[in-house]
Design a protein around this ligand. Structure first.
Ligand code: F6P
Length: 490
């Protein structure tokens, strides 16, 4: 990919009068504006050519057809089937599992577990980030108090259970493998917490969500309370599966279904729209441009809505665990840099903390704004108006800049941003938004030739920690690490 011919964003607007209409899109009720990026006509054309060369259409069809797209682990990626978009057999299996989950949700709502006022959801990484995002975004008025527990730190446990009543709390343990140290340690702590509080049948309050039902059974969880999901559903793509049970309980079944429908609408767009109209692909073209040609090592996302404050954390795992790779799907060194560091925060807080660097620093950071046109009904509309205007002002300021005789007060401008504007924040829109990011991540992976569905990079550290915890033998470790262990006395 070459540098765009015109380098100033404001000049691009002048040179391409149809720029806004070509680079803004409405999909599944979401408005996407990529016009304040350096994607000019030529870059889009070249990128579309590259997508063709990299076999994008074939790879995309393989994803939806349930073929083996995760070659290193020899399996398909079936998260799209969870929302009805995959191969018929995968969709049938996902539907059957969802029906089981629904039966459990209905039973809980009908009182089969007595009065339920709280849920402690235990899981880490993909087994918690999605459910936490959903509940934080949409479940603020839920009658169920939901707490998420991921870190192995006991302080996190104490904080998570603080607001929960053990007598009326359900424990949802989500773990694809059911071997994760943090999750299993927290499961035992939760059992003790229930037992110590005098709950009669602590095991009867446990629900497991896993791709390994046998492992959950062996941890003493009754078969009737184990919800299975498929091996093809990666952790960071799993919120659509039974991993969503906590969200379904907190938000209600209809909201959970609407989430899946919103995602399915984005799936249809991604699967059938032609490259120049395909929003996740266009976004990936811009991502490639900034990483490869402008040398950007990070990209930042700011949620201009408090309800979406967890979105940057969710996307960090989605993008960095998927595409933080150095070898192609067939094991060769990559020809291009892969995923940038994803970071971000919420507007307007971030404006008063990190935006200085974005406006005047020496590093170019492509910025993404995610905002919601209609605010939460419970909030003062004037707050919301000011919030939105701040987001839009930042995008304009980044692009326009301002020259001054005083270099300290000069803004270079020409700093790119993209904006996603939801009309309102409901389950359907959130489903479409998350699916957009999934597909953009996939499109980036195809353009670079990597497998976004494995994550071997996380294994080594886990193995060493497990070994140290189990055997306590430090002999084969380096002097620095040995000294740290000895100094900490662990
Ligand atoms: O450590 C990375 C990881 O394997 C993630 O990919 C996954 O989402 C998380 O750990 C949790 O794994 P599990 O769901 O198997 O407990």
């Amino acid at each position: 990919m070459q540098q765009p011919t015109i380098n100033r964003l404001d000049e691009l607007f002048a040179a391409e009068p149809d720029r806004l209409s070509r680079l803004s899109f409405e999909v599944a009720g979401l408005y996407f504006d990529w016009s304040k990026t350096h994607l000019d006509r030529a870059v889009v054309e070249r990128s579309a050519g590259r997508a063709e060369e990299m076999g994008f259409a074939v790879a995309r069809e393989a994803l939806f057809a349930g073929e083996i797209v995760n070659a290193s682990e020899g399996r398909p990626a079936t998260h799209v089937a969870e929302r009805g978009s995959g191969a018929p057999d995968d969709v049938d299996l996902a539907t059957a599992r969802r029906q089981r989950m629904r039966a459990l949700v209905d039973a809980i709502e009908a009182g089969a577990f007595g009065d339920v006022t709280g849920i402690l959801h235990i899981g880490i990484g993909g087994s918690v980030l999605g459910p936490a995002l959903l509940v934080d975004a949409l479940g603020r008025s839920s009658s169920i108090e939901v707490r998420f527990l991921s870190n192995i730190d006991g302080a996190a446990f104490d904080e998570a259970v603080e607001a929960l009543d053990p007598a009326t709390t359900l424990i949802v343990v989500a773990s694809k493998t059911f071997t994760t140290l943090e999750t299993l340690t927290n499961l035992e702590a939760a059992r003790d917490w229930l037992r110590d509080a005098g709950v009669e049948d602590p095991d009867g309050r446990l629900i497991a969500v896993t791709a390994k039902p046998g492992a959950a059974l062996s941890k003493g969880i009754d078969e009737t309370r184990i919800l299975q999901f498929g091996e093809g559903v990666g952790g960071r793509y799993s919120l659509w599966s039974s991993v969503g049970v906590t969200a379904a309980l907190a938000l209600g079944w209809d909201a959970f279904e609407a989430l899946l429908e919103g995602a399915a609408e984005m799936d249809r767009h991604f699967r059938f729209a032609e490259p120049r109209e395909n929003v996740p692909l266009i976004a990936a073209f811009a991502d490639r441009l900034y990483v490869e040609q402008f040398g950007c090592q990070t990209r930042a996302l700011f949620a201009y809505d408090e309800r979406l404050r967890l979105l940057p954390f969710y996307l960090q795992q989605l993008e960095m665990e998927s595409n933080g790779k150095s070898v192609t799907s067939d094991g060769k060194p990559v020809q291009h840099p892969t995923a940038p560091v994803t970071w971000g925060g919420t507007g307007t807080d971030a404006q008063h903390a990190v935006f200085q660097l974005l406006h005047q620093g020496t590093m170019l950071v492509p910025v993404e704004f995610v905002a919601v046109a209609e605010g939460d009904d419970a909030q003062d509309p004037e707050h919301h108006r000011l919030l939105l205007l701040n987001a839009f002002a930042q995008g304009a300021a980044l692009m326009q800049g301002r020259s001054s005789n005083d270099p300290q007060r000069s803004y270079p401008g020409n700093r790119p941003s993209s904006t996603v504007l939801l009309q309102r924040l409901d389950a359907r829109a959130l489903g479409a938004l998350i699916a957009f990011y999934e597909h953009r991540t996939f499109a980036n992976a195809v353009l670079v030739g990597i497998n976004p569905f494995d994550q071997f990079g996380v294994e080594l550290g886990k193995e060493i920690a497990k070994k140290l915890a189990g055997e306590g033998s430090h002999g084969d470790l380096d002097a620095s690490t040995r000294a740290l262990i000895e100094r900490a006395g662990v």
